[in-house]
Design a protein around this ligand. Structure first.
Ligand SMILES: Cc1cc2nc3c(=O)[nH]c(=O)nc-3n(C[C@H](O)[C@H](O)[C@H](O)COP(=O)(O)OP(=O)(O)OC[C@H]3O[C@@H](n4cnc5c(N)ncnc54)[C@H](O)[C@@H]3O)c2cc1C
Length: 427
């Protein structure tokens, strides 16, 4: 059996997490079973797009990049079973022949399906839950090398817990997704006043399938984006200059070098960001280019507290003259029933703070995190935060049940790296 060890260090997308693991590219299921049975400490990694240290280990790091593609489909129920290492960007192409498409997606599509599900990755839309809520079943390889089929009928507790489990119950190998027939979306982006958002959002949020906006600390103008289902003819996105991404890079570099330019540049937003309207198949409209690297903190709050919390976040960052050019992102996510989902039994608003990767994020996140927590926020598992078991238990009604199940499935703590120990076990 061939085991490939990568040269040098492993690092996540932003470069904030680094380690020297033995990286093993899994060739097939029996290979994975062999590795799991013969190793004491393992983590699974997908695309390495989590900001938190979920995949950081100096032990074995398994990757399922070779286990990709659709393995079965159910035409009558519009479902497909997909290998866990499949990247989200492949699903558009792979599901189309079966007239299926994902019901919702987030900002990018580089993640592996297993990685995105395991951290409750989400998009936006008041009626749309996170990706894990569309999982109808999965195959899980447990610490002792056993393969379990988990769904509402079989191993139902593991199914409830394992859809968002941060890789702590085992390795997901196959995932069955509830999809829908292919559809087109119309993307509309425009600038509007923050004041208008505060008065109109309650109304707007129910008028669009998806709605989100980005607010800047030194500008009273926000970038508002809506997506709606349409039968209109395709009008593909153009690669204009400057793109949103080019702008972010230039402005982030400028404000890093000359901090005093920050408020001027943010106020010039209206000059650069032009209203736009595109129509395309959903898998081409959801993802956007994110080439300007950043680090991110995100919390999920009760939906009715979202705007009040955002106002306090913006005020605080402005008063403290926080050195941050990136806007604050505001999205909606529908509640679900997954034990460790940040959306557990709660329709939510998600607030994200991004910091350019060359700038210190800790000081900025430390200003904002207490505010997000004051509004009962639950942190995004794949993003940066400072919470540990004591605080998390209070936020998750099923916390103890999850931990009992985890202990039963993995008594030797094979799947726990130092970060997960801190998250799950540190009181
Ligand atoms: C530029 C950028 C944009 C983003 N946009 C969004 C967004 O719009 N919405 C959102 O919610 N999040 C977003 N994220 C966060 C991202 O979706 C999550 O962190 C996601 O988990 C990353 O997927 P991955 O494949 O890179 O997983 P990794 O980061 O590699 O792993 C994440 C977790 O999944 C586990 N895992 C991976 N594979 C398996 C497996 N086969 N079995 C069991 N466990 C496994 C890992 O152990 C780890 O705990 C963004 C991140 C970046 C960098």
């Amino acid at each position: 059996m061939k085991i490939r060890q990568a040269e040098g260090r492993w690092q996540n997308w932003s470069g904030s997490q680094q380690a020297r693991p033995e990286i093993i590219q899994v060739q097939h299921l029996q290979h994975l079973q062999h590795i799991v049975k013969s190793s004491a400490q393992i983590r699974a990694v997908g695309a390495g797009h989590s900001f938190s240290a979920l995949a950081t280990t100096d032990n074995i790091l398994v990757n399922l990049d070779h286990l990709r593609g659709v393995v079965a489909w159910d035409k009558a129920n519009t479902r497909a079973t997909v290998q866990a290492g499949t990247r989200l960007y492949e699903l558009g192409k792979d599901l189309t022949p079966f007239n299926q498409a994902l019901i919702n997606q987030g900002d990018i599509d580089q993640q592996s399906l297993a990685g995105a599900i395991s951290t409750a990755t989400h998009g936006t839309g008041v009626d749309l839950p996170c990706l894990a809520a569309f999982v109808q079943g999965f195959e899980l390889l447990t610490a002792d090398g056993e393969l379990l089929q988990c769904n509402q009928q079989q191993n139902s507790d593991i199914f409830q817990a394992g859809r968002v489990a941060l890789g702590s119950l085992g390795v997901l190998t196959k995932i069955t997704l509830q999809n829908r027939p292919c559809y087109k979306l119309k993307e509309q982006i425009r600038l509007c006043r923050l004041k208008e958002v505060f008065t109109q959002l309650e109304h707007w949020k129910n008028q669009h399938r998806h709605i989100e906006f980005w607010a800047f600390i030194h500008s009273d103008v926000v970038v508002l984006k809506t997506l709606d289902e349409t039968d209109d003819a395709i009008q593909p996105r153009e690669d204009g200059w400057p793109s949103e991404d080019n702008l972010l890079t230039v402005c982030s570099e400028l404000t890093r070098i000359i901090p005093a330019s920050n408020s001027y540049l943010q106020k010039l937003l209206g000059v650069f960001v032009k209203p736009s309207c595109y129509v395309d198949w959903s898998s081409r409209i959801f993802p956007t280019a994110r080439n300007t690297k950043f680090n991110e903190m995100e919390y999920q709050l009760p939906a009715d507290l979202g705007l009040q919390c955002l106002e306090e976040v913006l005020q605080t960052l402005k008063q403290q003259r926080a050195p941050i050019f990136f806007p604050i992102e505001f999205r909606y996510v529908k509640g679900d029933d997954i034990w460790l989902s940040p959306f557990y039994q709660r329709d939510s608003v998600s607030i994200s703070i991004h910091q350019f990767y060359k700038q210190d994020y800790q000081a900025v996140f430390a200003l904002v995190e207490p505010i997000l927590q004051k509004y009962q926020g639950r942190p995004h598992w794949g993003k940066l935060h400072s919470m540990t078991a004591t605080g998390l238990r209070e936020l998750y009604p099923k916390w103890d049940e999850f931990m009992t199940l985890r202990q039963q499935l993995d008594p030797q703590q094979k799947w726990l790296n130092p970060y997960l120990k801190q998250l799950f076990l540190t009181e």
